[in-house]
Design a protein around this ligand. Sequence first.
Ligand SMILES: Nc1ncnc2c1ncn2[C@@H]1O[C@H](COP(=O)(O)OP(=O)(O)O)[C@@H](O)[C@H]1O
Ligand SMILES: [Mg+2]
Length: 412
Amino acid sequence: MSSQQQPPTAEGADANAILEPAATRVRDPRSGRSAWMARLIEGGRVEGDTLRFTLKTTRAHSAEDREKLKGGLLRQIEALGWKGQVVIQMSVVDDAPPAATPRPLPGVAPEHRAHDHSHDHGSAHDHGHDHGHAAPAAKKKDPVAGMSGPGMGPHGGPIVKQPLNGVKHIIAVASGKGGVGKSTVATNLAVALARRGLQIGLMDADIYGPSLPLMMGVSGKPFANDDKKIVPLQAHGVKCMSIGFLVDEREPVIWRGPMVMGVVRQFLQEVDWNPLDVLIIDLPPGTGDAQLTMIQAVDLAGALIVTTPQQVAVIDAMRGVEMFRKLNVPVLGVVENMSFLALPDGSVLRPFGRGGGQQTADTFEVPLLAMMPLDEDVREGGDLGKPVALRDDAHGRPWADVGALVAEALGL
Ligand SMILES: Nc1ncnc2c1ncn2[C@@H]1O[C@H](COP(=O)(O)OP(=O)(O)O)[C@@H](O)[C@H]1O
Ligand SMILES: [Mg+2]
């Protein structure tokens, strides 16, 4: 056995450093949320080379649900590099915790809701290979091997990057493909969270198509303060920073590639973000070097994957989820955008097909957070620099709901 396969010296290691990312990636079939968000994991601790925790399910869970949860958790713990034993204590509680009732997804068309509930046992498409519990997790290849990602710490847990001073959580909004509404989600989420009274920053790192200035209705060159930090521009209660503030729109895109790393470091370290509850990063679309470089520069609390319902977007969205997985960034959930168009007569059109968000969520056992309508007011709000999330009407409400879900996922 090579030294890498020895059980780690895990005394004192924080069990939640493994359990949180692992359980974030396992879908609770009852609530449709991650096992972590559904608070199914309790009492995590590391004793010697053994990781112990309690899996707290309810009577509403079937035996099959429990086996799936157990199997999924074991797989994820192993994939995160834990090489010791895992002992799961099962506990079944009487009262369904609040999370056990599936909530309607923000934005879902009424007709679609019924459809979704029929898929409530989302993991019906099983991925098999369940371990028995307490199986020694070992021998799988380091998932990050071959990537220049953050890799594993010496104890087998994910390496924790330096946090950004005064910023509680950094989340990335990503998509495999351009034009799916990533910037629309990022800006509206920022506004929705700010309207909850949180301190929010929005960093537009999309070097190829910065859209924050247009969508937030803010432009100009930011100034430096006395500490020589760049002061972000304010719009709708959000601190904004965009490559668009600094780069001439007419400058050829080819010049921008080499700027990526410098820009990200500058936007993180040299911008006066402090204090923030959440910094939202609008990543460039795709899963190439630019995205990898950015993700590696940041200590991300999680990623939101935006996709449209159609197959061609789904394939790319899945690539996006894979990328975050390999880099040990928890995927907070999938936002399906442009899911349906509600007509005045109450009927619903689905110009982009259906099922893409659910399929991505099921495949990776992450929550489908929302299905957002295709809505002319959303497009118009973006074009006018007045995100629809500023509004309290039927157009703004689904975005407020997404904000509430994300705030909850981050424990805010
Ligand atoms: N739910 C939606 N309803 C209507 N238009 C939308 C919606 N989401 C995005 N759009 C529009 O689609 C276009 C592309 O969206 P954008 O957020 O810029 O995508 P990305 O950042 O993924 O390239 C924009 O004009 C935007 O206003
Ligand atoms: Mg964009």
